[in-house]
Design a binder for this molecule. Structure first.
Ligand code: NDP
Length: 276
């Protein structure tokens, strides 16, 4: 029997990730993995979807734990010969009212949203199969943070020649300058979450470029997106969209039809490519 296609959604025990798994279970022809850092929360979420008549599978995955990431990668390589769809959805955000010092918020937020997601990409991209789809769930807050950076930083983040090393250096610089209390005078806005998502969108542009250069025949499409403002534990009860509505754009990018050549390396919102 041929190996089935397979999709993986990080941080999908609740919120938008869970809604993405629900939608993929209904539309994707293949196995869909709900992933959670906590086995109890993950298996409970799987059971809830099963009660809806869906058949997700489960894999433990803490994106900040390199061992957990490698174990998951090896599992998909051994059991499926790779991965067809990867949705990097897991992220964290401090609440507006949180009084944790900004330097700490910067370090903790970038650790998960930028550095751990980058590690996920670098460990998993080599096993994404030809015709695969990679979706990085970023945020419009990243575009907003970009517009509030100094002209010099904006130019680098928008440039077509920024390398991953340079981007990593800039993200490390943001954390360091936030910790030293000098980030504003050095051209950064006071939003750790926003900058983490600026970084993720720029990383997506870099990885997309690299895929085109290194694997031009494979037609892997990789994009960043904003799900919109969605009612979840992260965004609170006042947001206009339901999680299922928030899943629409990530799922659209995950299911771009075979043979499609675009979008690729774009920032997409409401299923439309946005200017960066
Ligand atoms: P939630 O806080 O509801 O869910 C976040 C998910 O990420 C949870 O499952 C959480 O797991 C998981 N997670 C956090 N850290 C890790 C980790 N280290 N390893 C694995 N999983 C982890 O957030 P949303 O559903 O609202 O957000 C989903 C994505 O959408 C995020 O990338 C977010 O930035 C983005 N987004 C959301 C918007 C909104 O309005 N909600 C707007 C724009 C973007 P656990 O339950 O264990 O904490």
């Amino acid at each position: 029997m041929a190996t089935p296609k397979v999709a993986l959604v990080t941080g999908s025990n609740k919120g938008i990730g869970l809604a993405v798994v629900r939608s993929l279970c209904k539309q994707f022809t293949g196995d869909v993995y709900l992933a959670s850092r906590d086995v109890g929360r993950g298996t409970a979420a799987v059971e809830n979807l099963k009660a809806e008549g869906l058949k997700p599978l489960f894999h433990q995955l803490d994106i900040t734990d390199p061992e957990s990431v490698r174990t998951a990668r090896d599992y998909f390589q051994e059991n499926y010969g790779g991965l067809d769809v990867l949705i990097n959805n897991a992220a964290i955000a401090f609440k507006m009212a949180d009084t944790t010092p900004f330097g700490v918020q910067a370090e903790v937020t970038l650790k998960t949203n930028f550095f751990a997601t980058r590690n996920m990409c670098n460990v998993f991209l080599p096993i994404i199969k030809a015709g695969g789809r990679v979706v990085n769930v970023s945020s419009g807050m990243g575009a907003m943070a970009l517009s509030r950076c100094s002209p010099e930083l904006q130019a680098r983040f928008r440039s077509a020649d920024i390398t991953e090393e340079e981007l990593v250096g800039l993200m490390e610089r943001f954390v360091k300058e936030a910790q030293e209390g000098v980030h504003s005078e050095r051209g950064w806005p006071s939003t750790a979450y926003g900058i983490s998502k600026t970084g993720l969108t720029v990383l997506s542009r870099i990885h997309a470029r690299r895929l085109r250069q290194e694997r031009p025949q494979d037609n892997v499409l990789l994009n960043a997106c904003c799900p919109g403002w969605v009612r979840t534990d992260m965004a609170g009860p006042d947001a206009p969209k339901s999680p299922d509505e928030g899943a629409v754009t990530p799922v659209y990018l995950a299911l771009l039809p075979p043979g499609a050549e675009e979008p690729h390396g774009q920032f997409v919102s409401e299923k439309k490519v946005q200017p960066w």
